[in-house]
Design a protein. Structure first.
Length: 211
């Protein structure tokens, strides 16, 4: 299959230094709201890259659940492949692929666990079925078939039918604490606009990158 002819010429918008907020989190909030207003499917979906202690990279899509001046937070099973990678090598990257807006945001930094209290706060806000699902899946482990999951779900429904579903001790949040945040805007002729915020001792340095 020859796909070499598939290409788009990006013409929607431009990006210049004068239009950028000096705070990358404020700039992210602006772009995120624009992605929501454009009704992009799951605008909080982000690709998460981790690397094991042996140097083996892994990539998957997770959902951003909240962002603050401290960083970008997602939730997962602490026994998952991503969690094992983070325990061996905290360096990680996330990328928001807002293709319909001809935009990307790329964050590089270190991953750290959030507090149990913050994980509990989010867990109690989840739908009941999602709470049960956290107890059901031993994420990334090999299973013989979907029936295993369905049987485990039935077991959890019986176990917690009388009350609230507690937070599993093997489940919670990670925060990506950024060392750099890049805003990428597609432009014609592949001469894209790229601006990178790099953390300094007291603030953020903004630099334009060559496309």
């Amino acid at each position: 299959m020859d796909i070499s002819h598939l290409r788009e010429n990006y013409t929607q918008a431009g990006l210049d230094l004068d239009s950028l907020d000096s705070n990358p989190f404020q700039q992210f909030d602006l772009w995120f709201q624009q992605a929501v207003e454009a009704q992009l499917p799951e605008p909080n979906a982000m690709s998460l890259a981790t690397v094991s202690g042996e140097g083996q990279p892994s990539l998957r899509t997770v959902l951003l659940k909240y962002v603050s001046q401290e960083g970008f937070v997602f939730f997962t099973n602490y026994s998952s492949r991503k969690a094992h990678d983070i325990s061996e090598n905290p360096n990680a990257a996330i990328m928001f692929p807002w293709i319909a807006l001809e935009r990307q945001v790329i964050v590089r930094g270190k991953a750290e666990k959030i507090s149990k209290a913050d994980s509990l706060k989010y867990f109690t806000s989840r739908p009941h079925g999602s709470q049960l699902g956290a107890w059901v899946s031993q994420q990334s482990s090999v299973i013989t078939g979907r029936k295993v999951l369905e049987m485990k779900l039935d077991e959890m429904k019986r176990k917690f039918k009388e009350g609230k579903v507690p937070l599993p001790d093997f489940w919670g949040g990670y925060r990506i604490v950024p060392e750099s945040i890049e805003f990428w805007q597609g432009r014609p002729n592949r001469l894209h606009d790229r601006f990178q915020y790099t953390r300094t001792d007291s603030d953020w340095q903004i630099e334009r990158l060559s496309p």
